[in-house]
Design a protein around this ligand. Sequence first.
Ligand code: ATP
Length: 238
Amino acid sequence: HAPEALLRVRDMVSAYGRIKALKGIALEINRGETVALIGANGAGKTTFLRTLSGVQPMAAGTVAFDGEDISRLRADQRVARGICQCPEGRMVFGPLSIEDNIRLGAYTRKDAEIGDDIEKVYAMFPILKQKRHLPAGSLSGGQQQMLAMGRALMGRPKLLLLDEPSMGLAPLLVEEIFNVIRTLKSQGMTILLVEQNAFGALGVADRAYVLETGHVTLSGSGAELAENPDVRAAYLGM
Ligand code: ATP
């Protein structure tokens, strides 16, 4: 039979007071897959990530991860299971050094391999190594995004959640961030990529879901959706 998905979300409902932002979402991510969630402003992408990571209460539905029902777990328990979020707007600690910011990503770990993992982050982002003693606030937006991704990787995620990693970046840096995602993917990382940049996201994703006002309205391979006339009109400006 088919291998069990790493993440399986069923009928997820999430609300702000009486306003339902998610109206019954079903979504699956298999091990090693990069899955994109695209949609316009206000579609519910951020709410989905917040509900999945456990910081926003789920009104109904189930979340199974790595063979376990985690629907009722707190956010920190989900992090401990390997669901690590790289938040929108980077959220780096500006006054702390770049290296300390990276180290913070390992705060739940006590093992001896933290130093090795920092070196792996530096291998992926050499600019961070060059600047490791400088305050994170001195980095450009693109470099802060790299730092936020490096910090998330220090948690040794089984599922890496990326919230709008290309937001606010110049085109060359956007390309660089999508290349980083390709590299992570080639290393076997499982990734959920939430993006308003549908063009970039569909280019890197194995599969994608389109979210509209709290519903999944379309899903398919990245290539399929990039060819879909509705997607092209609504999200690719074609
Ligand atoms: P964006 O790309 O702008 O972040 P999004 O797709 O992530 O958009 P959400 O931020 O998840 O969308 O918002 C989904 C819906 O929930 C929207 O209608 C929004 O107005 C509403 N919403 C979001 N946050 C709150 C809140 N704190 N209180 C009330 N309604 C909210």
